[in-house]
Design a protein around this ligand. Structure first.
Ligand code: GLC
Length: 431
């Protein structure tokens, strides 16, 4: 039964070794690791192989879906069933609060060699993901990669039309219209974003909401049904209907669709996470497809709105290594997680995959900066990324926001109705 669930949900990820593993259980010298498919199995596996060479412990990778909520669905089923065959999982930064409340994560403090060791380890990390993984003073997961949303743009097209990199949404709209009018290419999108009802759509609300000056929680109360909320959602609606820089199909676009569209040369300005960079350079791995934009993409911080004092804001993203409470190989699982955090392995993931490192020192590392020149300028943005609401109820919170954002982008709900629906549904959940 247990295996059947895994086969159904794990899809391609259920490697042959997994069968043997779940039968031998505790005696096994194998760790079973879950990761979403955008987390580059082609880069993870060689690092796992090095771990096996060093320690004799084999690591079997089980691949989950491409979006955060699909991965969550899968893990909820496996962990809800107290399935002991999964040892380690890469979880989105929004999950620790939820997983700890469910009793699904192993607390990590006892695996360090005392307080000083824990402190030294943590101090080497960028603070955002450490904050997300620390609940009640206990560390529950180790950051694997951090993440923010960037504005990716076509350098070649901006140069052709003598346009600067836009700092405001208003400038971006005019520049996108200029390029579209000049190029006359029906496949070209001026602005691409994620309007499908996926986790990424939560950030499509929060980022422009923060940039407009909004404060999600004020005085401990959800506060989104206001002009800041309107400005945020109108940005997407107007991009489609009024400024005509985004096609209506944005309502179906998920993160990896956005990545592909820009990579195929069909987008002038696009919002996406750090991993997209390596794909644009033609280094996206075996399932990435060819890139038509090698050397043509620039990276900037997200725009702000004219006439507001708010700084640019991005969601804090990224993935964390957690140990399942039900694993029978916890000590080995921790060894693997520590191994993954070593500098050469972090370097690898970042140089070859574009993933933002979690160790501060890597932002001064020449090899990393050569592969990702934008890390240098954008480091302050990475440090200032803001968390999405931190709550054990996060799946419900996310669902409310992402379905409303999607309804607005799809044109099936007005901005005003979506804001009042979100406000009333979220109020009782976040206090
Ligand atoms: C990226 C981020 C993750 C976020 C997801 C949303 O993978 O790293 O934190 O939730 O995108 O699509």
């Amino acid at each position: 039964m247990k295996l059947k669930t895994l086969v159904m949900l794990g899809g391609l990820g259920l490697a042959a070794g997994a069968l043997a593993l779940s039968q031998v259980g505790a005696q096994s010298n194998t760790l079973r690791v879950f990761a979403g498919s955008t987390l580059r199995p082609d880069l993870l596996q060689p690092i796992f192989d090095r771990f096996e060479k060093k320690t004799g412990t084999k690591v079997v990778l089980e691949l989950g879906g491409a979006t955060s909520e699909l991965q969550n669905q899968y893990l909820t089923t496996v962990l809800g069933a107290k399935d002991s065959s999964l040892d380690v999982m890469l979880i989105d930064v929004i999950r620790p609060a939820q997983f700890v409340a469910q009793g699904w994560l192993e607390p990590l403090d006892k695996y360090f060699g005392g307080d000083a060791d824990r402190k030294e380890f943590i101090e080497g990390y960028v603070p955002g993901p450490i904050r997300a993984n620390t609940i009640g003073n206990e560390l529950w997961a180790l950051p694997a990669t951090t993440d923010v949303q960037f504005l990716y743009y076509r350098k070649d097209l901006l140069e052709k039309y003598k346009l600067p990199v836009p700092r405001t949404w208003e400038d971006l709209i005019v520049s996108a219209q200029t390029v579209l009018a000049g190029e006359k290419n029906p496949n070209l999108q001026g602005l691409n974003f994620q309007g499908a009802p996926i986790e990424g759509a939560v950030c499509m609300f929060l980022q422009p909401f923060w940039a407009a000056g909004g404060d999600f929680l004020s005085g401990g109360k959800v506060n989104i049904n206001n002009d800041f909320g309107k400005r945020a959602l109108n940005l997407w609606v107007d991009s489609i209907n009024k400024y005509k820089i985004s096609p209506a199909l944005m309502a179906e676009v998920r993160t990896d669709d956005s990545r592909r569209m820009l990579q195929q040369g069909n987008v002038v300005f696009g919002l996406n996470w750090a991993y997209a960079w390596a794909h644009f350079q033609g280094n996206g791995g075996p399932t990435s497809g060819p890139s038509s934009v090698i050397g043509k993409v620039g990276v900037a911080k997200l725009p702000i709105f004219e006439g507001t004092k708010a700084a640019t804001s991005t969601c804090q993203g990224g993935f964390q290594w957690g140990i399942s409470s039900f694993s029978k190989n916890k000590q080995k699982a921790f060894e693997l997680m520590k191994f993954m955090s070593e500098v050469p392995n972090q370097e690898d993931f970042s140089i070859k995959g574009g993933f933002l490192p979690v160790r501060k020192s890597l932002y001064n590392n020449n090899k990393v900066l050569k592969a990702n020149p934008h890390y240098d300028d954008l480091y302050p943005v990475i440090l200032k990324a803001k968390p999405r609401p931190v709550t054990a109820n996060y799946p419900r919170v996310s669902e409310i926001i992402r379905t409303n954002v999607n309804a607005v982008v799809a044109g099936s709900k007005t901005v005003d109705k979506a804001l009042s629906d979100m406000q009333s549904a979220l109020e009782p959940l976040i206090k």
